[in-house]
Design a protein around this ligand. Structure first.
Ligand SMILES: NC(=O)c1ccc[n+]([C@@H]2O[C@H](COP(=O)([O-])OP(=O)(O)OC[C@H]3O[C@@H](n4cnc5c(N)ncnc54)[C@H](OP(=O)(O)O)[C@@H]3O)[C@@H](O)[C@H]2O)c1
Length: 314
């Protein structure tokens, strides 16, 4: 296999860290632009500086790069941050790549951009479009749900509380993919010809899981009886509308309204391939070997870290 010189953006995030490991494990050399030095990026050449600064990007890209892998993402998901990071920072990196004739750009995106109702999805889509028309060889990876985003209720169930679901718990479904499997998939995009110049939706192994299925898996892993509390999704849209109104006077509440709207989206939209008519679990490609059940079992043993960060709200 041909070893490549990879510039990794967003290497300190959940998928970025796993991707750094996978890239190094596959024999590539990795330079990572970070805001601060990180122990999680052992084995990478870390360059500390602002990923939004074109001059800094030009300087790092000028060191010699065969491909950029971007796992950059807004930490908050608010409209302003999403445009600054998911769009502007990625675009600055793309322009630096074009100037330095870097041939390849691999982007971690999200499957939810196929039905863009939220500002962060529009920001991601706008960058996807810029990448597709850039002339660089590209792979745009649109994963389904990450394990961390389905792990928010471990503490509740441990404490004997009910598992919260929206509606009847079957309004949505997803095919969860582990950090390591997704990182391996991203790494393969460097060298697999069939992953070039494509948008690649990707889920993990096994059948699609509804929130109710996830609750059952989690209760089994923890060895507790599953109690379920049903929450109407309209509660979140009602909160968003209320916060929107007050947000006209208190801007901070406008930001909270945007987050409530993101919550409502995930409560009502599946993270599966949209085939033009419906979410289609069968048509959603699978990759990897790690299962959500295995992840919950590891969490029950205390073998996983809580990596939800700003996503803890979900
Ligand atoms: N959660 C899910 O289930 C799910 C499913 C499908 C797709 N996705 C998509 O996957 C992507 C990545 O997710 P993730 O969980 O790996 O992200 P994450 O853990 O939040 O990591 C984000 C990365 O971007 C960097 N970053 C953010 N703001 C920055 C700034 N202002 N300046 C410099 N660096 C900045 C972070 O650096 P710092 O460490 O310095 O903050 C970090 O390295 C997102 O696009 C998300 O939409 C998520």
């Amino acid at each position: 296999m041909e070893a490549k010189r990879v510039l990794l953006l967003g290497g300190t995030g959940t998928i970025g860290r796993a991707t750094a490991k996978a890239l190094i494990g596959a024999g590539h050399s990795v330079t990572a632009i970070t805001r601060a030095s990180s122990d999680a990026l052992a084995g990478c050449d870390q360059r500390i500086g602002p990923v939004t600064d074109p001059a800094f990007l030009n300087q790092v890209v000028g060191l010699g790069v065969d491909a950029i892998v971007s796992c950059l993402a807004s930490r908050t998901g608010t409209p302003q941050d999403a445009w600054a990071i998911d769009h502007d920072a990625n675009l600055a990196a793309l322009r630096a790549a074009q100037d330095a004739r870097v041939p390849q750009f691999i982007l971690l995106s999200a499957i939810c951009v196929q039905k863009p109702l939220l500002e962060f999805q529009r920001a991601k889509l706008a960058f996807e479009a810029a990448l597709q028309s850039s002339g660089l060889t590209f792979s745009i990876i649109r994963p389904t749900a990450f394990f961390k985003s389905l792990s928010g209720q471990i503490g509740r169930l441990r404490a004997g509380k009910p598992f919260l679901v929206f509606g009847d718990g079957r309004l949505t479904a997803c095919k969860p993919i582990s950090d390591a499997d997704l990182a391996r998939f991203l790494t393969l995009c460097l060298t697999d010809a069939d992953k070039r110049n494509r948008i690649l939706p990707i889920g993990g192994p096994g059948p699609a899981l509804t929130p109710l299925d996830q609750g059952r898996l989690l209760a089994d892993a923890l060895g507790v009886d599953l109690k379920v509390r049903h929450v109407p999704p309209a509660l979140l849209s009602g909160i968003a509308t209320g916060l929107d109104l007050v947000g006209r006077i208190v801007p901070a509440l406008g930001t909270k309204a945007a987050l409530a709207r993101i919550g409502h989206y995930y409560a009502t939209e599946s993270m599966l391939l949209w085939d033009g008519h419906r979410y289609n679990a069968r048509a959603t490609p699978s990759f990897g070997t790690d299962t959500l059940a295995g992840h919950y079992a590891a969490a029950a043993r205390g073998d996983t870290a809580d990596d939800r960060g700003a996503h803890a709200v979900f």
